[in-house]
Design a protein around this ligand. Structure first.
Ligand code: COA
Length: 262
């Protein structure tokens, strides 16, 4: 059986490709598990500093595998939550809290779970041919990979509810207006744009990058007072590092910093 999530390393960036093109990269349990394994391996490898996720074929992902989770639904609420909801929520939470920047390169259809993983990743670039939807309502469920929580936080309650309650498809441009993607480019520009965005982040210290990701992700889910405490804590963790000393000295000396990631 072919690998459900391909991984290619380009410099210090890992490119992950969802690889079930004949099923529009529907997220079956095995694919979700493989994607999680890939993220674990990337987190463990200090040489890898950013991740880009895209899809093989014409889709980014058509969402959860409906045939598979429909069998879990047959087994009742506990089994369905265990196999389907917990697994999907764990994946999107992992992406959201990932300590290295993770960028979606949305090459085509991003329906249901495909849209939810885009919402969860830190940044996203979409091809102008990509089409998004929150179609769970059509099959009788609320979104379950965090889509009822993250879209309203990104887009605001009313904008989110329009898409959650209609299930209608929407364009990449609309996804950009909603804050689900950062920019829309031509299909040929998609991967160069994703790598260029990663490259602009990789100029900076990996430690500072991780601190900012952590402060934003944790802070968004907290009150402002708790968020400010988190921000302060992330700053304090940088104070004893060589990378912070180097960044400050390089600025004062008017030279490019050389980071060691410690
Ligand atoms: N789960 C399982 N299989 C899926 C799937 C999903 N979410 N989405 C697509 N597929 C499979 C189809 O069953 C088909 O496989 P088959 O050829 O073996 O029958 C293949 O992928 C191609 O899909 P198809 O429906 O023929 O493509 P299309 O271009 O006509 O339609 C969609 C594309 C996305 C509109 C349609 O596939 C769809 O509605 N998918 C479900 C999207 C969804 O509701 N996702 C949220 C799930 S919670």
């Amino acid at each position: 059986m072919s690998d459900l999530v391909l991984m290619e390393v380009r410099g210090n960036i890992a490119l992950l490709t969802l690889n079930r093109p004949d099923k529009l990269n529907a997220l079956n349990y095995a694919l979700v598990d493989r994607l999680t394994e890939r993220l674990d391996a990337i987190e463990d490898d200090p040489a890898l500093r950013a991740v880009i996720v895209t899809g093989a074929g014409r889709a980014f992902s058509a969402g959860a595998d409906i045939k598979e989770f429909s069998e879990s639904v047959r087994r009742g609420p506990d089994a369905a939550v265990r196999a389907f909801v917990r697994r999907g929520q764990a994946l999107t939470a992992r992406m959201e809290a990932f300590p290295k920047p993770i960028i979606a390169a949305v090459n085509g259809l991003a329906y249901g779970g495909g849209c939810e993983i885009t919402e969860a990743m830190h940044l996203a670039v979409a091809s102008e041919t990509a089409v998004f939807a929150k179609p769970e309502i059509v099959i009788g469920i609320p979104p379950t990979f965090g889509g009822t929580q993250r879209l309203p936080r990104l887009a605001g309650r009313k904008r989110a509810l329009e898409h959650l309650l209609t299930g209608d498809a929407f364009s990449a441009q609309r996804a950009c207006e909603l804050g689900v993607v950062n920019r829309v480019v031509s299909p040929g520009e998609l991967m160069p744009a994703a790598f260029e965005l990663a490259g602009r982040i990789l100029r900076h210290s990996p430690l500072t990058t991780a601190r900012i990701l952590s402060a934003v992700t944790r802070g968004l889910n907290a009150t402002i007072a708790e968020g400010l405490a988190i921000e302060s804590e992330q700053f304090a963790r940088m104070v004893p590092t060589r990378d912070l000393r180097e960044a400050l000295d390089a600025w004062i000396d008017r030279r490019q910093p050389e980071y060691q990631g410690c």
